[in-house]
Design a protein around this ligand. Sequence first.
Ligand code: ZN
Length: 162
Amino acid sequence: MGGYGSGRRWHFSAKDTTSDYRALDVRRWKRDGFLTPGQAFGWQWSRHGEVVASIRVRTEENKIRLIYRQRDRGTEEWQDEDYPVYLDWTPCHLGGKRPWFLCPARGCGRRVAILYGGAIFACRHCYQLAYDSQRETPDDRAARRADKIRDKLDWEPGFFKR
Ligand SMILES: [Zn+2]
């Protein structure tokens, strides 16, 4: 069952701006059997063959926990993050169930297939991701959006709904 180090590398496609974010795809985890409760695995992102970010994931009944460290914009201090993302399941036409993340941002809770990370993982709507060209670098934008979301939702860093 799982175990650390069983995560896969995530390869970005250069033409998709959303792919510059750290993305978690629940469908892919389902396909790879990573959603079974009681697992722990590492997940990492690499660019040009270099690991740029990594997190740990624990699976529980109908939720996962995301565990990682992040540095707040403008400070040098690392912050430990550890919070649950709840899962929802809907029936498929051909039988079986398909999984969804419920966006962990307070005041959101949208059912989405993909969560994007800046400092926190949230849905595309929270980050207002665009799919076309942007002036800012993705890292700038991700950090700015995270700050904005926190402002808007009165968000304590590391504090999530539920
Ligand atoms: Zn959201």
